[in-house]
Design a protein around this ligand. Structure first.
Ligand SMILES: Nc1ncnc2c1ncn2[C@@H]1O[C@H](COP(=O)(O)OP(=O)(O)O)[C@@H](O)[C@H]1O
Ligand SMILES: [Mg+2]
Length: 212
């Protein structure tokens, strides 16, 4: 049986990952390919990974140690990988996953300061070489990503963005771009254009890499 293809989407919140993945899922499905859409933390089809997600994202857990958090992400990832992603790949599906190891390197490694090297080691144990063959990094300036989130949430205006959120977003963006500069697997997509153009650019890269 042909092995499927594992593709991940990365980028800051508000970059357009969820919108783009949905459109690409529809596009590939219509073409008649077997395609599976999932996201981290947690994962579509894994009860255990979803329970870890709840634990990580629970707003009451303000005292979570950064290493506890990194370990939980890695644990959920491991479960999602073994229970859902690998079986889907064995069945020949194209697996589209919203966030994976690169997000941990950026958020836990850089933003939380655990260092990329250590978080990479941890995730090597978790994924045991099962990395995506292609990663699309949807890149947007910090202001644009934040503006979209605020607009989607409660219509707050761009001029009311707080400096701290802006700096955090800029740090995350720069960390993703540095990773992309080092990893051939990661392709940068300009997310600062009309959604239909972002989708078109993603599809172009997927075709170039013979994902479908
Ligand atoms: N290219 C785009 N141009 C304008 N708005 C967009 C674009 N892509 C996404 N959005 C909007 O921005 C918000 C965040 O998009 P989403 O797909 O949820 O991003 P992410 O999953 O990366 O956080 C949503 O309200 C979405 O409709
Ligand atoms: Mg999303």
């Amino acid at each position: 049986m042909t092995r499927g293809k594992f593709v991940t989407f990365e980028g800051p919140d508000g970059s357009g990952k969820t919108s783009v993945i949905q459109a690409i899922f529809d596009y590939i499905s219509i073409k008649g390919h077997s395609v599976y859409k999932t996201r981290e933390p947690g994962g579509n089809g894994s009860v255990i990974a979803e329970e870890i997600r709840e634990l990580i994202l629970d707003v009451r857990h303000t005292n979570m140690d950064p290493w506890t958090e990194a370990l939980l992400y890695a644990g959920a990832r491991r479960q999602h990988l073994t229970e859902v992603i690998l079986p889907q790949l064995v069945q020949g599906s194209i697996v589209l996953c919203d966030r994976f190891v690169d997000s941990s390197l950026v958020y836990q490694g850089v933003a939380r300061g655990l260092t990329i090297d250590k978080v990479k080691e941890l995730n090597k144990l978790a994924v045991q070489g099962n990395m995506p063959e292609l990663t699309l990094l949807i890149d947007v300036p910090a202001e644009i990503g934040l503006e979209r989130i605020y607009r989607a949430k409660d219509n707050r205006q761009f001029d009311r963005l707080d400096q701290e959120s802006l700096e955090f977003h800029a740090t995350v963006r720069d960390a993703f771009l540095s990773l992309a500069a080092e990893e051939k697997r990661i392709h940068i997509i300009d997310g600062n254009q009309a959604l239909e153009n972002v989708i078109e650019d993603c599809i172009k890269v997927l075709k170039q890499h013979e994902i479908f």
